[in-house]
Structures are given as structure tokens and as C-alpha cells.
Design a binder for this molecule. Structure first.
Ligand code: UGA
Length: 427
């Protein structure tokens, strides 16, 4: 088949690369000429493990092509994926302007019986609105469907090649058949449903995972009041098959480009349909306050931040990405600076220019050794292996030093044996 993927964020580029590797001709389309010209040279404009290699390989086969031309790409395509950003509008709802712009640009070029697939995360009911935009400009009969994605940043290529399920949302059986055929090489269970259910599935999956994390964070806070260890509690409750012990490790709250946005959007959607009094409307609030709640308790523990030197290790929102959107570092560093601390940052991947922090008391260091020099407090914010496997006994100094491991990655007794004061989360 010939496909187009509109949007060159990590979902768009991975989707294009993976389908090209299955033998399809794939156009990666974006209106951003700079990004397209980089991609044409095999340079992915952000860091995502294995993606560079995938793109380079598929460019060589000539099946993968990057273009800014809607007419070249769409007029050839059997399936057109819309995979553009849906930032939150000020009221918290998804802003669909990029989805609508893509729909209007692709419409005049659609060939007969082409399928337009919305891959961007959008609220239920969006397909009808997109259809109206396309109907006004399309010359041929086409179909519309929804295929949400469930890949994670940092393991996007692997997740896309090995999905645990494929959700296809469409009204017509012929569309489900074509999309099933397209997704057959993934060898994953295919779950077909209405477009509205597919969109609710995507929001519900992310909101459920965010709720799970929020729940365990609150349990962790309770553990700190009574001497329990939340990591033991996770094992204990995880023994129940209905609950499981995966994917609920506590920390400073969930971040990234998806959970914070998607939970807020589903909450805004719930308010817009008269269901304001529900759980979703509280989750974001808990998550946002959490980091300050913990920072206040650390402040008391160390006797104030003023005049302290603090090392902040891990600036991205999670390991294996350079993405700092809603990363804990973006809240922690400004807070510490406001309270009078001097801060040294370190991250294996995030470039110094990425952090919009203009304060002489903040310096990003090239190594962990440099970042922890003179530190009164060392914060492990992200479980990058370079950080969690670092031997902090080598850098221990002759003064009282706190090691705060907000991802509970280090063994408590090891940190204490090294001579640090230890603090984890919920233990
Ligand atoms: C998330 C979902 O996991 C994907 O399934 C989904 O496709 C994606 O959003 C999306 O909508 O595009 P991602 O944001 O890349 O993926 O990252 P996750 O690995 O899920 O982590 C999200 C946040 O939750 C991070 O801040 C992470 O530190 C936090 N988290 C995760 C925890 O605090 N505890 C955990 O046990 C797991």
C-alpha cells in the first residue's frame, strides 16, 4: 500500500519508519520545511533510541520519503494518518487546530476510497468534525477512522514493533478489513470498535495509568507516616493478579507530554458534558501539588534550602529521552533557586540550552562528579542507568550530605554504608 503520515513528532516518524519497514511506500509529511529537510538527510530532529537507524535504513530502500507536498503524498495514498500535535487549549480541552489544518490540506488530494486515520489523541466526537472539514473540500468518496497509539517515548520503536494490542475504530467493515490487513504484521490482537470508543480507549488508558501512579504516590505518603515501605507494599498488593506489581512506582508525580495533558483534556471533556463531579477533575491537581508537598518536607528535613548546594541528577521527564516537558526538574530547580540554593544539574542527554533557566546560581555540569561536587543534597530525579549505577561512594565528601532518591532506585543500606543521609519516597 501507499501511506502518508502527517506530522513528524516521535509518533509520526516512528509510524512512518515502521510501516516502510513492512514494505509499504510511506510519505512522512510536515509543513515544517526545516524538519523535513533534516529528515530527508536521515537526521531525526529529537532523540529517540533506535529511530535514527530505522529512518536511515528505510530512506535507503527509497520506500520512506519525507516531503512538504500534500499533493505529491496524498494523491497516491491508500491510507493517510493524521499524527499532528493536539496541545491543550487554555480551558484544558484539546486544541484541534493542527488536526483541522491537516484535514483541510489533505482533502482536495484524496484518491477514491482512501482512508483517513486519526492517530492524534483527540476527544470522542472529533471524527465528525474532521469529516465536515474534509467533506467541504474532497472530490472523491473516502472513509474516516481512528487508530490510537500506545507507544512510550524512550522505547517508541520497540513498542511500535511489539504492540500488546491494536485498536481500530471505524464504522465500515471494509475499513476495518483494510486496516486489519495493514496491521497484520504486528501479530497483535486487533480490537475493532467505533471511532468514539477508540478515542475513549486512548484517553482512558492514559488516565487510568496516571490515576494508578497518583494512587500509589498517595499510599507512599501514608507509608512515610507509619514506617511502612511502599516498595514492600507494592510487592504485597501485586501478589493479587487483579492488581499486579507493574507500572506504579512512586515518585514526584507523572510528567511528560502525554499523561498531564491527556488527564486534563479528559477532565475538561467531562466538565463540558456536565460530569464535573468525577475523579478525573482531581487527579491533575494532586499530581501538580505533589512535587511542592515533597519539596517542603525535604526542606524541613535538611533545615532549609538557603545557602545549600544541591545536585539535581536527571533533567528529562524519564530515562532514554531528552524530552523535558513536565519533567520534575522543571519544577524542582526553579523552586530550589527561589529558596536560595545553588543548583548543579546533570543529564546524560538533555542539552543545557533546553532548560529555560537563567540564573547564575544554576549550572548544568557535564559529569555526575562535577554536579555532586560540594553538594549538601543530591537529588536523583530520573532513573537513568548512568545515574542509578553511579558509585556515589567515590564522591562522598567530609560533611553531612543527603541523597534523596525520588525513584527508589538505590538500596537504602548501600546509600547509608556510603555515609549519606538517605531519603526515598514512601519508605
Ligand atoms: C505514555 C503511555 O505510557 C503510553 O502508553 C502512551 O502511548 C503515551 O503516554 C502517549 O499517550 O503518547 P510516556 O508519556 O512516553 O507514555 O511515558 P511513561 O513511561 O508512561 O511515563 C509517564 C510518566 O509517568 C513519567 O513521568 C514517569 O516517570 C511516570 N511513571 C511511570 C511513574 O511515576 N511511575 C511508574 O510506575 C511509571
Amino acid at each position: 500500500m501507499t501511506l502518508t503520515v502527517i506530522g513528524t513528532g516521535f509518533v509520526g516518524v516512528v509510524t512512518a519508519g515502521v510501516f516502510a519497514s513492512f514494505g509499504h511506500t510511506v510519505y512522512g509529511l510536515d509543513v515544517d520545511e526545516k524538519k523535513i529537510s533534516k529528515l530527508q538527510k536521515g537526521k531525526v530532529p529529537f532523540f529517540e533510541p533506535k529511530l535514527d537507524d530505522l529512518v536511515k535504513e528505510q530512506l535507503k530502500t527509497k520506500r520512506l520519503r519525507f516531503t512538504t507536498s500534500y499533493s505529491d503524498a496524498i494523491s497516491d495514498s491508500d491510507v493517510v494518518f493524521i499524527s499532528v500535535g493536539t496541545p491543550s487549549a487554555p480551558d484544558g480541552q484539546a486544541d484541534l487546530k493542527f488536526v483541522f489544518a491537516a484535514a483541510e490540506s489533505l482533502a482536495p488530494h484524496l484518491k477514491e476510497h482512501a482512508i483517513v486515520v486519526i492517530k492524534s489523541t483527540v476527544p470522542p466526537g472529533t471524527n465528525g468534525k474532521v469529516k465536515q472539514k474534509i467533506d467541504a473540500l474532497a472530490k472523491e468518496k473516502y472513509y474516516i477512522a481512528s487508530v490510537p497509539e500506545f507507544l512510550r517515548e524512550g522505547s517508541a520503536v520497540e513498542d511500535t514493533f511489539n504492540p500488546d494490542r491494536i485498536v481500530l475504530g471505524a464504522k465500515e467493515q471494509r475499513v476495518i478489513s483494510t486496516l486489519s490487513e495493514l496491521h497484520a504484521p504486528f501479530h497483535a490482537p486487533i480490537i475493532s470498535m467505533s471511532p468514539e470508543s477508540a478515542q475513549m480507549t486512548k484517553y482512558s488508558a492514559n488516565s487510568f495509568l496516571a490515576t494508578r501512579i497518583t494512587f500509589i504516590n498517595q499510599i507512599a505518603d501514608l507509608c512515610e507516616k507509619n514506617g511502612a515501605d511502599v516498595m514492600e507494599v507494592i510487592k504485597g498488593i501485586g501478589g493479587d493478579d487483579r492488581i499486579g506489581s507493574h507500572y506504579w512506582y512512586p515518585g514526584l508525580g507523572y510528567g511528560g507530554s502525554c499523561f498531564p495533558k491527556d488527564v486534563k483534556e479528559l477532565a475538561a471533556y467531562s466538565r463540558s458534558v456536565g460530569e464535573a463531579n468525577n475523579l478525573l477533575n482531581k487527579i491533575s491537581e494532586f499530581n501538580e501539588h505533589r512535587v511542592y508537598h515533597l519539596l517542603d518536607s525535604y526542606e524541613q528535613m535538611i533545615g532549609g534550602w538557603d545557602g545549600k548546594t544541591v545536585a539535581v541528577l536527571g533533567l528529562s521527564f524519564k530515562p532514554n529521552t531528552d524530552d523535558t516537558r513536565e519533567a520534575p526538574s522543571m519544577k524542582v530547580i526553579p523552586h530550589l533557586l527561589n529558596k536560595g540554593a545553588t543548583v548543579n544539574g546533570f543529564d546524560p542527554m538533555v542539552a543545557a540550552e533546553q532548560l529555560p533557566i537563567e540564573d547564575k546560581r544554576y549550572v548544568q555540569r557535564a559529569t555526575i562528579e562535577e554536579a555532586v561536587k560540594d553538594a549538601d543534597v543530591i537529588f536523583i530525579l530520573v532513573e537513568w542507568p548512568q545515574i542509578t549505577q553511579f558509585d556515589f561512594s567515590k564522591t562522598r565528601e567530609n560533611k553531612k550530605q543527603w541523597l534523596i532518591d525520588v525513584r527508589n532506585q538505590l538500596a537504602v543500606h548501600t546509600v547509608k554504608d556510603w555515609g549519606y543521609e538517605y531519603r526515598g519516597v514512601g519508605r
